[in-house]
Design a protein around this ligand. Structure first.
Ligand code: SF4
Length: 76
């Protein structure tokens, strides 16, 4: 597993999805269904706008770390 951007717990976090990189593996949806959905073509759709709720920070990191296309990034 590759390293993930280190965001201190309790800090603000935003998650970004690069739709052009997404190839529809749906790992993000499987790992973080509160943050991602899947559209009719199997591509990921981000469910959160703005700050990621604190209780979803770990799931956001997990999804970013497991996207094989590097389509998900998180920032604080
Ligand atoms: S894991 Fe990555 S490539 Fe797969 S659906 Fe999610 S964003 Fe797209």
């Amino acid at each position: 597993m590759r390293p993930v951007t280190d965001v201190p717990s309790g800090a603000m976090m935003q998650i970004h999805l690069d739709a052009e990189k997404c190839q529809g593996h749906n790992r993000c949806y499987a790992l973080a269904p509160e943050l991602f959905d899947v559209d009719d073509y199997g591509q990921a759709v981000l469910l959160v706008e703005g700050d990621v709720p604190a209780d979803q920070h770990d799931n956001a990191r997990l999804a970013a770390a497991n996207c094989p296309e590097y389509a998900i990034s998180i920032t604080d």
